[in-house]
Design a protein around this ligand. Structure first.
Ligand SMILES: Cc1cc2nc3c(=O)[nH]c(=O)nc-3n(C[C@H](O)[C@H](O)[C@H](O)COP(=O)(O)O)c2cc1C
Length: 370
């Protein structure tokens, strides 16, 4: 079942213009699609390609890296609406505004309309440029409190939360949902209409129900149906992992933008690759090793400086693993890298590994076969 098959109270602070572009569909037949350029309040986004909020991944350093690598908008990791918990180190760091990223969108999760509204107002006071409401997370920890995607089961509560948040802040409020709770109770269209009626500025849809978690394929037909049902901008999310896939999803769903999550980890330049393909119909050459190394170095230095020497070194491990997974002898490299305890030694180790690699021999065939 899970297989195959996205106004504001005063003014709409998300505006979008239609920019026709020629793109090549997977069939290699060139066809015209519409890419919409979205403005957020005073900010003009350079494109409509968003980095997904991902707990443990989409932190301040990674949002800066993805912006430098081409993302038009990045959404922060989900933050509990319970402001009493914001003083712990993890939640304090989640609220740090990245530099040079354009609009700072903070995502909040919770189920109490008043707490959600307070959380939104506090984040706006602290410098958020937009609030995203999480109704898509399937995590048990979140669901236990009937938040995240569990809210999709209660349309009346959804409406109360959205209206409470929108009426409390003057910055754009966006919503991220799944297509429903389960394949039998897909109510994405109903929730999208409630969102539009409640003053939500933009809707992102992860094309799976909560029950489907990350199984099967994203339901682009359902996303197309949601796009067709509302007039606010809709962003498609789920399984977009290449420029051709991005073009195909855009064409199939006619959405206003795309959100990319897992495929950006270890490959933040995917945003530039997609933007180039949508604009020209041509794929960029594979990124060369020097550019890849420069991005990894920049990311490592941001992690070390943001989290400090100890935690920075820990968090760097999963990102580096993602950057090198398709490179020769990456497993052996990661075994060694994971034992390193100092920032400088991490940089040296990555440098030494890359100096042994040659452009043109990047893909580890064993990993491809695995
Ligand atoms: C590690 C991880 C953490 C995530 N954390 C969040 C989150 O904090 N808020 C949210 O709305 N979605 C979260 N998601 C879901 C993603 O935003 C996205 O909807 C999902 O990964 C599908 O997109 P993709 O196929 O491009 O990865 C998370 C996903 C992953 C893999």
């Amino acid at each position: 079942m899970c297989k195959n098959q996205v106004h504001k109270k005063q003014t709409n602070r998300f505006n979008w213009k239609c920019v026709p572009a020629i793109i090549a569909a997977p069939s290699k037949v060139s066809t015209t699609v519409i890419i919409r350029m979205i403005d957020v309040g005073p900010y003009k986004l350079k494109n409509s390609l968003f980095l997904a909020p991902m707990v443990g991944v989409s932190d301040t350093p990674f949002r800066e890296i993805c912006t430098e690598a081409g993302a038009g908008l990045t959404v922060a990791e989900m933050l509990t609406s319970n402001a009493e918990l914001w003083q712990n180190e993890r939640n304090r760091l989640k609220r740090v505004k990245p530099t040079g990223i354009g609009p700072h969108v903070v995502q909040i999760a919770g189920s109490d309309p008043e707490l959600m509204a307070q959380a939104a107002a506090l984040n706006a006071e602290l410098g958020a440029d937009g609030i995203d409401i999480n109704m898509g997370c399937p995590a048990k920890k979140v669901l236990k409190k009937a938040a995240g995607s569990a809210l999709l089961k209660d349309a009346e509560l959804v409406e109360r939360i959205l209206k409470a948040v929108v009426s409390r802040v003057d910055i754009p409020v966006t919503l991220k949902i799944r297509t429903g709770w389960s394949p039998e109770t897909r109510n994405g269209v109903e929730i999208a209409k409630i969102a539009e009626g409640s003053g939500i500025s933009l809707l992102t849809v992860h094309g799976r129900t909560r029950e489907c978690r990350f199984k099967g394929y994203a339901e682009y037909d359902t996303i197309a149906g949601i796009k067709n049902a509302v007039s606010i901008p809709v962003i498609a999310n789920g399984d977009i992992d290449s420029p051709r896939k991005a073009a195909a999803v855009l064409k199939h769903t006619q959405v206003d933008g795309l959100m990319i999550g897992r495929s950006a980890q270890g490959r933040p330049w995917i945003f530039a690759e997609i933007e180039h393909y949508l604009a020209t119909g041509k794929t960029l050459p594979e990124i060369d090793l020097k550019t890849r190394l420069d991005i990894i170095f920049s990311h490592l230095m941001k992690l070390h400086s943001f989290y400090g020497d100890v935690k920075g070194v820990w968090y760097a491990r999963k990102h580096v693993a993602a950057y090198v997974k398709e490179l020769l002898e990456s497993r052996e490299f990661m075994k060694k890298f994971n034992t390193i305890e100092s920032p400088a030694a991490q940089l040296d180790c990555v440098n030494a590994y890359f100096s042994r690699l040659d452009d043109g021999q990047q893909v580890d065939q064993r990993d491809e076969a695995a």
